[in-house]
Design a protein around this ligand. Sequence first.
Ligand code: NAD
Length: 520
Amino acid sequence: MSTLTRPATLTDELLDRITARVVSTGGGVWKLTEVYTGEVITTLPQSSPADIETAFERARAAQKDWSQWPVKKRLRVFKKFHQLLLEHNTTIVDLIQAESGKARRMAFDETCDPAMVTSHYLKRAAKLLKPVTRGGPVPVVSNSTEVRQPKGVVAIIAPWNFPFATGLSDAIPALMAGNGVVLKPDNKTALSPLYGISLLYEAGLPEGLFQVVCGEGPDVGPTLIDNANYVMFTGSTATGRFIGERAGQNLIGCCLELGGKNPMIVLPDANLDEVVTGALFGGFGNTGQICMHIERMYIHDSIYDDFKNRFVAATKALRLGASYDYEPEVGSLVSVDQKDRVASHVADAVEKGATVLVGGRERPDLGPAFYEPTILEGVTKDMLAGECETFGPVVALHRYSTIDEAVALANDTDYGLNASVWGGDLKKATDVARRIEAGNVNVNDILATAYAAKGSPSGGVKQSGVGARHGDQGLLKYTDGINLAVLKKQVLNAPADEPFEKHVDQTLKGLAMMRKLGIR
Ligand code: NAD
């Protein structure tokens, strides 16, 4: 038994109440553990294919009424939800930490995301969902109205690394747009999204609209996709490929937010104090389990040794620990399996000639899934850590001498999720940033500047994804644009009693006139 005291907020009453929301009739359960200790916190009901169908039926029944609510009335629920998110912050942070093992600082940051997304779309949703009427093909007598209709019921499949954010933030615009939602969180980390959903209901969401099903991905995935009108997926590229294929078979849309192997380029004139602070977060924030975190660092020759010495020293000084307070800077990996994966990438790199500058050790003294922040040198593309996403606290340092070389190295990957460019001359740094093949590129920051800019879309290119969250498309993707066209008087057809040539002549003149007047 561990001596770590579990937060008082995590009572049996709370855990029983939130897990009761999982649609499950078969009696199967998953033992959900506290990552720091490996002790079972609660048992999570598992959903069968029939349970998933029930979840969709319930969400669909509730959605019929919800979609008829005026947008303003729907948004009132989210105003209240935002307030509840802030009021219950401590419980949310406790749940995230217990199920994911991340440091409390990071768990707190994660709680801010749904609040920011809610706030953004509270401002934007009514405008985006308002019908827009435009002139039709013939001025005055015709018009066309773009009507935004909800897709129906959206399936959201979420990973374990930011369970609260990915479980809720993508659901918020879907619900605001008039959809129902069926969420499948990762079994390991279902508690914090379940709690967030209980807050949505407390805020006034109609009963049944937001359903939760739980199970291992391959067991529940096909039924989930086959019943959905749209799929929002966040997870690995391998799973994303399966989801995309199945959605394609069903002719439904999907948004795929996938993995990365994200580069950072440090230009010779960068402020090294800021770069080192950024690099610590880029490499080791969320114990390296951020899809947008940095695994490859390209440093100009002229500053390489200086940066390396400072970064290694700062990494050695990081405070690791299992604790429900804000003291540790780095927490645990999510599971022993994930720790083993990270350790295997480092072992493979060392075997093939890489050098460990700092870290490279498991820390069973701190908890079953702790691994030290690790900096490698001499990583090449034949190594797992050189080519594949490690998704742990491991970064590789590389030198470069010309900008072209740095850009080519940064782009030498199948992934394209995020990149970070550091430089004193903002224009030069931005010029370099524009040459990087990634859906998000941050100048003088790692990821937060792009990801927290909720007004702009954030997604991956290349093998890192299809579509985006945030921005207008982050809500509009959950709708169909219906073209409702009205012709007030029939003027489009050629009159039957006149030669067709006359119609051709009049139409050509009309097209020329409209072009001249800038109407069409
Ligand atoms: P994963 O693909 O194994 O699992 C993600 C989710 O999909 C889980 O809920 C899982 O149960 C489910 N799943 C697995 N197989 C499935 C199937 N056949 N059908 C339906 N669902 C299935 O990914 P993971 O290991 O949980 O998460 C880490 C990965 O997620 C990393 O690659 C990371 O980069 C990526 N990620 C991307 C973003 C982004 O926004 N681009 C954000 C967070 C994480």
